[in-house]
Design a protein around this ligand. Structure first.
Ligand SMILES: [Zn+2]
Length: 264
């Protein structure tokens, strides 16, 4: 989809939200404005979508259902800070990384596993010496990181992705902290697609019997977790899943996160 046409769809929500340009990136010899939509409220939910260009469902769900999300958030006094399309040149071209081939995803923090020894990831429960915000990331990541760092940590953060490798129509989620609320969201989503249980998703990691997995990968979600954000998840629908079903699953989790943040 043409990014400019997509931006027009987002700008139509300006009666419901403050639509602001937090940065511009230059790719394909053009400038791509990066937009953020915010609404006021007592506690904040950050939503990110479109880190990977071949995963279009998240950006499209948000553009289609923003009115409903804004209304649900307003009714529950939840503020939204929504980044609908983090990697616009990837989105437009349908390719994973940006047009320069940079990988805007897992570059928000680095682990110092022992003093002076750094790693991009740690295992669940693995002790480490410290973590540090990372600033030498691709331009889209830096722009988002800088914008997020200007604000206090939110009460919740949901990142919408898709899995382009798994062959089935299904979904699963990464999460941090207490799994119960995410099990509930999985239950509410099974009407729309199968849960990917015991699925190998990353190196040796597998989803559990609920289709949930914990992974400290240095992503923005991991960074939120390390900053003490209570509700953090990364939802993955497979790209084989029909878009309408992806929308339904994404919407279930978005509305569920509004409820979680309202109750926190
Ligand atoms: Zn992804």
């Amino acid at each position: 989809m043409e990014y400019l046409a997509y931006l027009e769809r987002l700008r139509r929500f300006s009666p419901l939200a403050t639509v602001h340009e937090y940065a511009r990136v230059k790719e394909n010899g053009r400038e791509y404005p990066l937009l953020c939509l915010t609404t006021p409220g007592r506690r904040e939910l950050v939503v990110t979508a479109g880190f990977h260009g071949e995963e279009p469902a998240g950006p499209l769900t948000v553009a289609r259902h923003f009115g409903e999300l804004a209304e649900a958030a307003r009714a529950k006094d939840v503020a939204l800070r929504l980044f609908p399309c983090v990697n616009p040149s990837g989105f437009e071209g349908g390719h994973r990384y940006n047009a320069s081939g940079e990988q805007p995803n897992n570059d928000f923090l680095r682990y110092e596993v022992r003093p002076g020894v750094f790693a991009d990831e740690v295992h669940v429960g693995e002790p480490f010496h410290a973590w540090h915000p990372r600033h030498e990331a691709p331009k889209e990541t830096r722009a988002l990181h800088q914008e997020l760092a200007r604000h206090p940590a939110p009460a919740g953060a949901l990142d919408l992705h898709q899995d382009a490798w798994v062959k089935a129509q299904c979904f699963y989620a990464y999460h941090f902290g207490e799994p119960r609320p995410y099990r509930e969201l999985v239950k509410r989503s099974v009407a729309h697609a199968k849960v990917a249980v015991h699925l190998s998703v990353h190196n040796q990691l597998r989803t559990d019997r609920w289709g949930l997995i914990v992974h400290h990968d240095g992503s923005n979600s991991d960074w939120f977790h390390r900053r003490g954000v209570r509700h953090v998840a990364v939802l993955e629908t497979s790209t084989r899943t029909p878009l309408e079903r992806c929308h339904a699953i994404n919407l279930t989790w978005l509305l569920g996160f509004i409820d979680l943040v309202a109750a926190s």
